[in-house]
Design a binder for this molecule. Sequence first.
Ligand code: OGA
Ligand code: MN
Length: 380
Amino acid sequence: MAKMAASVVAESGEDVFRKMFKFYKRREPPPDLKEVTDFSSGAASGGKIVPLKLDPAAVSDEDAARVGLHPVRDWRAFGLQGYPGFIFISNPFLRGSQAFWVRQCLKTYPQKPNVCNLDMHMSPCDTQDIWARSAQALRSPPSEKRQPKTLLERLRWVTLGYHYNWDTKTYSANSYTPFPPDLHMLSSRITAACGFPGFRSEAAILNYYRSDSSLGIHVDESELDHSRPLLSLSFGQSAIFLLGGSQRQDPPTAMFMHSGDVMLMSGPSRLLYHAVPRILPPPRQHAAFLDELSCSCALPTANVLEPVSQEDWDVCSRYIQSSRVNMTVRQVLGPGQSFPEDLSSAHQTDDKGRTVGYQDDENSGKRKRTCSDPVGTVET
Ligand code: OGA
Ligand code: MN
């Protein structure tokens, strides 16, 4: 296989991953999707899907329900042969509860003090209330006249906790705001059920995809501790996700991610190349999230999920009819670990004033986005 991949590179100057990325991104003619693994139906798995039993004792049924999840014993969890540490959970959300998380992604998390792409070229007062400035236009029926895009439609990413710096590809101690407790609660319960108790949600990147967006080939390696898993949650439109190897030459596996699907990259799969070449309308059986609100009254009471008002849902449902939101939650630091710059004061300097004795930056890593199509963030 490696040999074949090398010859492909030699011939075309392109690695196998990039070829596959372009294959699925292509519009005309549309790509054949028969090789795309669908965990929800077991289709096109080539026998690679392995059902997994997660630990039902790690999270009580009540604690699961409080964040909108089915009891762990009912989750449909899978591994993928050849990808140890990769866990796919096919929509573990209770009916009606995705609406809450979608509303958080669109209305709550883009608010200050969190950081978003619009802050890069707009003043804080102009990005103060993205929701309020967009909701009215999104609620009204699309007019014949082409309206300027609302702020919500121009939202591409939001960062939480330690805010990822896209230029330096690092996190730092001096760019931190409190991580949303509800999202931490959701994340810690899912990771605990997957065998990672004590997960600390310290940073998240929320990506907002329109129907023609994609996310380039990259490895998430900016976090300082790679022994902690990376958790990914998707809502709205479906996507094709490509999971590769540790080398660009390794041919990736293509899989669908539907609304509510959860993915964990841990252990040997934590640092694999991956990408999202395409957003797709959900197949019928996955489109139920669109009318989910009708049953949010059925949600358990003592939970962190406040009901979503009809008014808010009108905006959310309109938005996700053509968009996808993905949250990746990360633990940045290992237990007792701190950022190199924090340590500098605690360490001595040599006679030239250089800091000595702190951890080498070698494995602090970079969040590499190496695909030349979309660099950095979700590209439309
Ligand atoms: C990321 C990422 C994947 C997705 O943000 O690092 O890989 O499904 N997202 O959007
Ligand atoms: Mn990633």
